[in-house]
Design a protein around this ligand. Sequence first.
Ligand SMILES: [Zn+2]
Length: 354
Amino acid sequence: MKNRGFFSLSLFFLLLLAINQLPAQTLTLDDALKNLGQAELRWDPFLASGVFSAEGHNAAFSSGSQGETGPVLFDNREILDLPLPYTDQGGMLRFPEAFVARVKNTFSRYAEEDKNRFRIAAIIVDPGHGGKDEGAVGSHTVNGKPLKSVEKEIALKVSLLLHARLAAAFPDKRVLLTRDSDTFPTLEDRVSLANAVPLKDNEAAIYISIHANASFNKAARGYEVWYLSPGYRRELIDKSKYADSKEVIPILNTMIEEEITTESILMARSILGHFDRDFGKIMPSRGLKAEEWFVVRNARMPSVLVELGFVTNEADAVYMNGDTHLKDLSEALYKGIIDFVALFERTGGFTASQ
Ligand SMILES: [Zn+2]
């Protein structure tokens, strides 16, 4: 028995020796790149280190000596110990097959995760009023000339500018307008347009309604951002699906509602933050407000309503009459929205389960 054990052990070591002496398969850079598909390599000959990149993902490594393994850093989030690329006697970079294979399947794992990542797939910009509904109107005399400040026109101009900016920034998202001319979609039309946008399970839409304010008090001025009141109970769950478990319906409804409310508040805050930064010195901030605006209330997505300023206040009316100023207003909205989108997508949709 003792001898047989010794024999098996020897055989094992012999085998190990044989495996070690098999020449490891290596690839040239061209073959490695071909293998990795759309990848490219940035190589620093002085540091003898490089980064493979493919579809927004990176694998960073330092070259080793032939047969050496070492750390390869993927996207600053994961380190794998792999056989390292090395420079052969002819000065050519050689890539161990095992290295290329692991880089390849790590990249494809990341690509798969990207597909399931929570994202905002649609942004609906809603210029308030329109057509026969002018919204609020303010009439002023400025430097002896009449100035008529009309909410539907201001809302449309700012919305068109905002839409163009968002569409250019997010070619991979649907950026929609509820109207792009002087027409009058009803509130129901606007909400059903928003709710009809097809979304996958990992996708969300956001809704931004643009308005201008009015008051009998001509001194009232400034901008404000509204979001859905948390007190409003919405019925988002299809009850027929839960016929046997009625007690979960109110719980699920509350969860969805609170999730959307949280996101609406964060989007409202993000927009208000940029308004405060850009216009805080020009016009007063009236802050965040919670209400049950129909158009915000019935959209089943994070929604905000922005009041740009008061058409009934002369200073605000003059401000909103200038094309440069309307561009500035749309720019602040744009920055508020892209910050929110970045935060939302980075955190995987906040409270959404994945
Ligand atoms: Zn309005």
